[in-house]
Write a protein that binds this ligand. Structure first.
Ligand code: PEP
Length: 251
């Protein structure tokens, strides 16, 4: 089963509007093979400008987070409708920094996933265990809870509208990457969980990305794995050269 790979760049809280436009322009001008999807998630302040830059290019625009409501008294939140208006087609939910720095719970993250799908955005649900949880032998228990709660009541979506990103917390921004075997073991477990939650033909079409210190020198081996369908990239997405190399993985 070959799923269309997705290489996603998460710029986190980096770049001014001018810097973001310039980097988006450099990435979009790079070699982007037509058999894969590429996505950039700039900070909210740069979304509209980067959206303009990416118009008529194959690079997709995403938000780093989304509210579940269309509008209203939700200070500090951005609605899926506003994100679409800025050109977004995807939104990340439940990034480990949202979970661990800002205390977002599975229940809240589930609302974000539901809200994105309801208004026609593809939702990228991030899950991942901490080092402590891995060392205690609880990786699969933690991931199963995050998946089941994050996807609670989520149904009736088109398969390409839901993406899972496995991002072990101990690998994010640390330079430590899961080995390809560790990544495949978890991705296979997650695929089986998706079969349990949905039907096999749906589970087979949902992309599962790996994230955590993906770099030009480890992307190729990670992408050889059967259930690794792409990468969510932080640090290495902040330079055009390294991100373009990651986009051009050879697997
Ligand atoms: C991320 O931001 O989701 C991430 C994986 O970061 P990094 O690639 O820097 O580890």
């Amino acid at each position: 089963m070959k799923r269309r790979p997705l290489i996603a760049g998460n710029w986190k809280m980096h770049l001014t509007v001018a810097e973001a436009k310039s980097l988006a322009n450099d990435i979009a001008a790079g070699d982007i093979p037509s058999d894969r999807d590429v996505m950039l998630a700039p900070p909210f302040t740069a979304l509209a400008a980067v959206g303009e830059t990416l118009k008529n290019t194959p690079v997709l625009l995403a938000a780093q987070n989304n509210c579940w409501e269309e509008k209203g008294a939700f200070t500090g939140e951005i609605s899926p409708v506003m994100l679409k208006d800025a050109g977004c087609v995807m939104a990340i939910a439940g990034h480990s920094e949202r979970r661990h720095i800002f205390g977002e719970t599975d229940i809240l993250i589930n609302k974000r996933v539901a809200g994105a799908l309801k208004f026609g955005l593809t939702s990228i649900l991030c899950i991942g265990e901490t080092l402590e949880q891995r060392e205690a032998g609880n990786t699969f228990i933690v991931l199963e809870k995050q998946m089941r709660q994050g996807l609670s009541g989520i149904d009736g979506f088109a398969e390409e509208q839901l993406v899972i990103a496995y991002e072990p917390v101990w690998a994010i921004g640390t330079g430590k990457t899961a080995s390809e075997t560790q990544a495949q073991e978890v991705h296979r477990f997650l695929r089986n969980l998706l079969v349990d939650l949905y039907e096999k033909n749906i589970a087979d079409n949902i992309r599962i990305l790996y994230g955590g210190s993906v770099k030009p020198d480890n992307v190729d081996i990670l992408m050889t794995q059967e259930d690794v369908d792409g990468a969510l990239v932080g640090g290495a997405a902040l330079q055009a050269e390294s991100f373009i190399r990651i986009i051009n993985f050879n697997a």
